[in-house]
Design a protein around this ligand. Sequence first.
Ligand code: AMP
Length: 191
Amino acid sequence: MRLILIGPPGAGKGTQCQRLVELLRVPHLSTGEMLRAEVRSATTAGREAARFMDQGQLVPDPIIVGMVSRRLQAPDCRGGCLLDGFPRTLHQAETLDDLLERRAMSVDGVIELAVPRDELVRRMLARGREDDDPEIFAKRISSFEVQTAPLLDYYGRQGKLASIDGLGTADEIFERVRAAVRRFDRTLRGR
Ligand code: AMP
């Protein structure tokens, strides 16, 4: 199953992704993680990406799309994958559709973790991570609202979206995620 998890920064995507990859037994493709690895290795792409990441801005598509496209071609992704942090713009979503279509594949389902903005800010302040500069965090939330939220419509129109309440304990939220996966599974088998 090829699944996308979408949610604003601080929505708890990381925790749910960990559980989802165990459930689905597919590789976890996190563009944020891939970029942080590039930054740590000080590659050309990493140095370029860091300038944007430090400002809470999106990294330009040529870097992202190349990275994801290479990863999707790896043999372990043949049976499916969990995409986390990608796509983040309508253009990236269309590019992903093209990439998959060329391999006779498609996105099977999209799960949105919905969390109100004031709750995201409250969580960010509570965890106090050093990369959680309040100003940069606000920029990342705005980037989500302006650039990523339109994807929800895009996938909703295709009947592929499950919007899930992201409030509650990790266990409660995962139950909702699991229910959404079961629905996608039934649709897949009915195709
Ligand atoms: P994340 O860990 O998913 O929150 O990503 C951390 C940072 O990496 C983001 O704030 C962006 O600067 C960058 N990034 C991750 N994924 C993408 C993407 N699909 N497109 C552009 N920038 C991205």
